[in-house]
Design a protein around this ligand. Structure first.
Ligand code: GRF
Length: 216
């Protein structure tokens, strides 16, 4: 147990990705263990379930006045104390400061609900529908200082159907998220995916992002 990867998951809301990661640590898809679930909101729904599963939880509240660098410093301290060697951002709604990102670079993953580099930022389902795009999905990527722009690790992709709305797209994208995020963290935990010289490497070669298609 002790040489499995200790990692932290940062959430702000529903936390379904955090729960998917937790499930994957239990069934062996991730050779790792969640040592801290950290939320910036005390009312994040998944905190209750995380506690019920015996996971250590921590709330680091932030308001509009909170200084970003001070917040990042405190967050780093909590993560270090937990012993985590990887941070998985999972719907964490705060932008992290550059010092935090530099410190954790290569050990910091995020999941974003679009096929990056398309649709960085918010309201991705709405924007995909408005643009009439054929494909949509989600991306796990290493976090670098530019928002939603770090090297991609794996994408889940679906074909937008006539009649899809934001709700249906959100549900379908989330199902893909719950597949790809555990896979990416599993690779990292197994030492197959590493960060070297500012890029992602997979089994000794520069990584080429994998694409998982939605099942019919
Ligand atoms: C996901 O759609 C993820 O892509 C985005 O925030 C959402 C978090 O959902 N970054 P959940 O809290 O994991 O359910």
């Amino acid at each position: 147990m002790s040489d499995t990867l200790p990692f932290a998951v940062l959430i702000s809301g529903r936390g379904s990705n955090m729960l998917a990661l937790a499930a994957a640590t239990r069934d062996g898809r991730i050779d790792g263990r969640i040592v801290a679930v950290i939320s910036d909101r005390a009312d994040a729904a998944a905190l209750v379930e995380a506690k019920r599963q015996g996971l250590a939880t921590e709330v680091l509240p932030a308001g509009p006045e909170t200084d970003r660098t001070a917040y990042g410093g405190e967050l780093s301290r909590i993560v270090e104390q937990s012993g985590a060697r990887l941070i998985a951002l999972a719907g964490f709604m705060r932008i992290l400061d550059s010092r935090f990102v530099a410190h954790w670079q290569g050990r910091l993953l995020n999941i974003h609900p679009s096929l990056l580099p398309s649709h960085r930022g918010l309201h991705t389902h709405r924007r995909v529908l408005a643009a009439g795009e054929r494909f949509h999905g989600c991306t796990v990527h290493f976090v670098t200082e530019e928002l939603d722009a770090g090297p991609g690790v794996i994408q889940g992709r679906l074909v937008v159907r006539p009649g899809d709305d934001e709700r249906s797209l959100s549900a379908r994208v989330q199902r893909l998220e719950h597949i790809i995020y555990p896979r990416a963290v599993g690779w990292f935990a197994a030492g197959r995916l590493v960060w070297r010289d500012g890029q992602a490497w997979f089994e000794g070669r520069p990584h080429r992002q994998e694409i998982v298609e939605e099942a019919e």
